[in-house]
Write a protein that binds this ligand. Structure first.
Ligand code: FAD
Length: 495
């Protein structure tokens, strides 16, 4: 039986393992952390569960193409309730509130009430969202294995949205929002996704929610990851935790195995890395197998920026369910997230999921955009790192208490995860928790899993399909096995 070594037990690595087993390979996953999930995670402090990932899960709608794949890998099934909120978030500024509703009729009426002067742009936005509802990422095959028939099918599906693409592809979300006259709408539209992304990303994301396909899976991110791990183990796949890979062993232009940090060597017919792309290419493979696309992605940070944050999680002995689940607020003075000033703060309480915490308790979580280099420098001095974490915790606590008065004297644990936390637990380059942003200047969208000059080695995971996220993790994990099956002359099996 041919053997696969898979690096990383995030969603991409576990998915690769599942389809590897389903297609008759022996599989071994090596993961540096002590648990599955990678960036799809959550953690407990006292009796509070703090989710560290999912805000929306594309593919949550039964019957959608991605949903079939989430079901194949065990992430979703009929027992997992999906919670679809009425709106993405609310945004507050100068005593006014805007809701980003997912129903486009309701959204249009509401935005026109808030800013009648923008009725033309509001109509344009709502039409673009409606037209994009049925567009999604092609799921069935890797993009490099699509034939002309598949491409025609994809174009037909995209047809209603196509007329909006040329305009929205060329402008950033910020530029799109700037076309609105109302200051509150301008700001409200830039809260969902970083404003340097293409405007198509904004429309596609709202459209996915409008189509009922971006809900919250009850139980949260870590529970989802554990279900995928359970599926892999049910197929008798092996996973080795606390096993950090140092090098990929190469002989005569072919990957033949891995070297672990403890000095152990393991061998296989194919090696697949779903670990962080930078670590894989520049450390495990010593920067020897790069093409022009990879070089530009890793050097041109203006065209291909990555994004990191500080997550502050408050456990509160009170019920916050009367507030909007996700609430962005313009605060009177800025909070420094570490090299980045934040004038708008987004809070999310998780009271909508009763499985997460005891009755009457809430987890209030905020993500503050931050600068990786700033945090890396602080991390080199443990005292200053600790004091910055404390400063942010205190500032967020004080701000939260202003907007949620019930919190006073009721906050129990406060947890701060910085960009260095993502490095420590996931080896994440630049503390990034998605891949590169899709900006109007960016050309590269997709990295086929194979590298020039290196056979029997493949990349998968979020760093191979921009801009990353859970759908890219599960799809690229599946695609890599589809490619290997094709080259190995096996018919790909999905179950
Ligand atoms: C705060 C936050 C919010 C998010 N929100 C969403 C959302 O709403 N929707 C969405 O779709 N996505 C979201 N994401 C993104 C999503 O979590 C990631 O895109 C996805 O989990 C990436 O999966 P992956 O398997 O490709 O990579 P990873 O999760 O990074 O997995 C890679 C694995 O490789 C391991 N590894 C690294 N180096 C080594 C080594 N040398 N040896 C062994 N193992 C190694 C890591 O420990 C890790 O487990 C969010 C992420 C965060 C952090």
């Amino acid at each position: 039986m041919k053997k696969l070594i898979i690096i990383g037990a995030g969603i991409a690595g576990l998915t690769t393992g599942i389809y590897g087993k389903l297609n008759g390979f022996e599989t071994e996953i090596y993961e540096m952390h002590s648990q599955p999930g990678g960036e799809c995670t959550g953690w407990k402090r006292k009796e509070y569960y703090f989710d560290g990932c999912i805000h929306w899960l594309m593919g949550s709608k039964v019957g959608s193409p991605l949903n079939k794949i989430w079901r194949e890998v065990g992430a979703l099934d009929d027992t997992v309730k999906i919670i679809n909120h009425d709106f993405f978030y609310s945004y507050e500024e100068d005593g006014k509130v805007v809701y980003l509703y997912r129903d486009t009729t309701k959204l249009k009426t509401h935005l026109n009430e808030v800013a009648p002067e923008d009725s033309e742009m509001i109509t344009y936005l709502c039409k673009a969202i409606e037209a994009s509802k049925s567009v999604g990422i092609p799921t069935e095959k890797p993009l490099d294995l699509l034939n002309s028939f598949d491409v025609i099918k994809m174009l037909i599906k995209m047809q209603p949205a196509i007329k909006y693409v040329p305009k929205l592809e060329k402008m950033s979300i910020q530029e799109f929002a700037d076309q609105f006259k109302s200051p509150i709408l301008k700001n409200a539209l830039t809260m969902l996704i970083p404003p340097y992304f293409k405007a198509t990303a904004l429309v596609a994301t709202i459209a996915s929610m409008a189509g009922g396909d971006s809900g919250w899976p009850e139980g949260g991110s870590l529970a989802l990851a554990k279900r995928v791990e359970a599926k892999y183990k049910s197929l008798e796949g092996e996973v080795f935790y606390n096993s950090k890979v140092k090098k990929i062993l190469v002989e005569d232009g072919k990957a033949k195995g891995i070297l672990l940090e403890d000095g152990t060597e393991r061998f296989a017919d194919y090696v697949i890395s779903t670990a962080d792309g930078h670590t894989t290419l520049f450390e495990m493979l010593e920067g020897k197998y790069l093409d022009d696309n990879l070089k530009s992605l890793y050097t041109d940070s203006e065209t291909y920026p990555v994004y990191t944050t500080v997550q502050v999680s408050l456990g509160a002995n009170c019920d916050l369910s009367k507030y909007p689940h996700t609430r962005y607020i313009t605060i009177p003075s800025e909070i420094d997230g570490g090299g980045k000033a934040n004038k708008q703060i987004g809070f999310r309480h998780y009271c909508f999921d009763k499985t997460l915490m005891p009755e009457g308790k809430s987890a209030l979580i905020t993500l503050l955009p931050a600068d990786f280099n700033w945090w890396e420098e602080k991390y080199s001095d443990s005292e200053s790192y600790k004091s910055e974490k404390e400063r942010i915790a205190n500032e967020i606590k004080a701000t939260a208490e202003q907007y949620y008065p019930e919190l006073k004297h009721n906050i129990e644990p406060i947890d701060v995860a910085t960009p260095m936390t993502y490095v420590r637990y996931c080896n994440a380059w630049q503390g990034a928790w998605m891949a590169w942003a899709t900006t109007p200047k960016g050309k590269v969208q997709y990295i086929p899993g194979y590298l020039p000059g290196l056979e029997h080695f493949y990349l998968a995971g979020q760093w191979t399909l921009l801009p990353g996220g859970l759908p890219t993790a599960v799809l690229t994990g599946r695609w890599v096995i589809q490619r290997i099956c094709k080259w190995d002359r096996r018919k790909f099996k999905r179950s």
